[in-house]
Write a protein that binds this ligand. Structure first.
Ligand code: SF4
Length: 221
């Protein structure tokens, strides 16, 4: 790792200044986050927004309403998000578990200690580390979600191996954002990566943090 945390931290304000947040990414409603994050897998932001808007038009986004909803209606709502035949039953299953096990209230999970809450969230269908951390950070917990965009920036910035695990990336991002709100920091990094740090051809020539990035300075010590 050629860059150190301090050097990266000095670029954080540039990342914030140059990130483009989208309204569709800003919900903090915990159960919506649990539903929206799996919907977001392997699909574009616009499709997540359309799917969530469809769901909201058709149902109250509550565990009880979605547990009792007709699966065909859920499929129709999330069809724009691809893999809708996998995502729709997943939504129904997670809704039913939250209804039955947690009294229909996701906040009952979030009343536990952060460690227990994370474990309970991870036990739900379709909920992986990223979804658990998005939900917890949306509730104000100091845990940073790592999605593919954030993973890509961190790996490139620090010259980390492609198989670096979730926990290491998360620790690195936590040092980077310091005391900033992890939920907002997550959104800021997504906005930044979508503008500059694109998957195939990043815009390093325009990137405001290029001088601190290992990827754009491969020979630098
Ligand atoms: S310099 Fe290039 S690789 Fe590095 S963060 Fe910016 S866009 Fe990504």
């Amino acid at each position: 790792m050629k860059n150190n945390f301090q050097k990266f931290k000095s670029t954080w304000s540039k990342i914030k200044e140059n990130s483009q947040l989208t309204e569709s990414n800003l919900t903090k409603e915990p159960f919506e986050l649990v539903i929206a994050t799996p919907i977001s897998q392997r699909t574009r932001s616009i499709n997540i927004k359309i799917s969530m808007d469809n769901l909201r038009k058709q149902f109250p986004i509550t565990p009880t309403a979605l547990a009792n909803a007709d699966i065909k209606e859920i499929e129709k709502a999330v069809r724009p998000a691809d893999l809708f035949r996998i995502k729709a039953p997943g939504i129904k299953r997670v809704s039913r578990i939250v209804s039955e096990k947690f009294n229909g209230c996701i906040e009952n999970i979030l009343k536990l200690s952060i460690k227990e809450a994370r474990e309970q969230l991870l036990s739900l269908p379709m909920v992986g580390e990223k979804t658990a951390d998005v939900t917890l950070s949306g509730m104000g917990e100091k845990t940073v979600p790592v999605d593919t965009n954030i993973r890509r920036i961190i790996i490139r910035m620090y010259g980390l191996p492609n198989n670096t695990n979730y926990a290491t990336i998360q620790k690195t991002v936590s040092c980077l954002i310091d005391d900033d709100n992890p939920f907002e920091a997550h959104q800021i990094l997504i906005g930044f990566s979508k503008t500059f740090c694109k998957p195939v051809i990043p815009k390093c020539d325009l990137c405001p943090i290029a001088k601190h990035c290992d990827f754009s300075n491969p020979c630098k010590d």
